[in-house]
Design a protein around this ligand. Sequence first.
Ligand code: ADP
Ligand code: MG
Length: 456
Amino acid sequence: MNYDLVWSKVLENIKLSVTSLVYITWFENTKLYKIDANEATIIVPMEIHRKHLTDKYLQEIINCLYVVTNQTYDINFILEDEVSDNKDLSTTTVDNLPKQEESIEYHHISNLNKNYNFENFVVGNSNKLAHATALAVAESPGQTYNPLFIYGASGLGKTHLMHAIGNYIEKNYNKKVLYITSDQFIDDFSKLSRRDENKSNFDYADYFKNKYRSLDVLIIDDIQFLATTQKTQEEFFHTFNVLYNENKQIIISSDRSPTDLKSLEDRLKTRFCWGLTVDIYPPELELRKNILRKKIQASNLLPEIDDEVIEYIAANMASDVRKLEGAINRLMAESLTMGYDKITLPIAVEALKTMINKGTSEKTNILRVQKAVADHYKISVDDIKSKKKSAFIVAARQLSMYLSRDILNESFERIGLEFGGRDHSTVMYAYDKIKSEANENMELKNTIEKIKRSIL
Ligand code: ADP
Ligand code: MG
């Protein structure tokens, strides 16, 4: 058993249930020293850690250790000095133990969020294809559409659907499902490369293979972020091939279609198109109302809500479901503090006034963004929509495209149309460019914030 690995898994679990301050203070500098028959010994930095962890977090540690090792251990805390009294730490970990396994055990955790299921996913025109294919895949994993590739702007239910598929398969077929974001994949992969360089005796490569290649279903969210390095893509490519060739189900999501994943290798894009590609659109009015009703029903903290409130929210918040949820949460917080027993239209209008801009219909929104950017740069909206190529105007145009996507969540196609009929790939390029520049350029970041404030 590799103690460092076991302990890092335990800490990952603990991290999920405590605040980061608690984690840093009490857990960060701990280490698993050894596991004997039924006792785990953990090294802590100071006496106060021993006391506090024993008093407050003992059960938590026992539980998390159980999740990782499948065994219940008593816990013994010791201080670093107490260890060196015994033995040199570096030589004890692996060699002095009864050799249970040569390589590392991999303890599977699916990462599925049980709250996302098919029952609470509301279906309408804009998502019915995505919903139907998701259900088909859930009903016969690996046999219908493989891979299933779901794409669309943020907040439209991609992640929800993917968890729903995973939960359904886990429940009905008892298969091994893993949900990860592409960030998590990159993270795992970079550990793999680091370990190799260090030539550690712990075979992380085996661990990595156990984790990914023994799966029945791999769900990978937001694949657009995978494009960071050639090597990660290469590893993903191999993982994909192994699973695909064994008829294991692969489900992928992205904010754009496979062909628009510019920085991804062609061979990956080709594979993503082998199965079925479905897109999910911003919800239409009827669906927005139905989603609101469902969310209200599901909440037992909300008082009665007038139907015209639902009409009002649905009519004024067009872009995505996450924002609809935000509105419901705001109403809930408001009625809890104010003690309303019924939410009427005037109450809702007041409570949501910072989230809903009166008088902005869906159609004028992009124009508002263009106008705000034009005002900032002291040019005209026509300049922004024109074909002029001076650097100054191009910069303003790209910024308006970025903001149209970022604030309004409009599709790249739609934004292209509102910018003098440009192709969606032009918009996508502008969006990515401004997004990455804003990470490094404080001035641009401030400009963005300033323009946003003038619009919202
Ligand atoms: P995405 O992954 O596309 O950005 P999410 O799946 O995270 O979007 O959805 C954002 C929020 O909206 C989630 O809380 C999700 O449950 C909810 N949601 C999205 N679409 C629906 C729907 N059709 N019915 C119910 N809830 C939905
Ligand atoms: Mg998502």
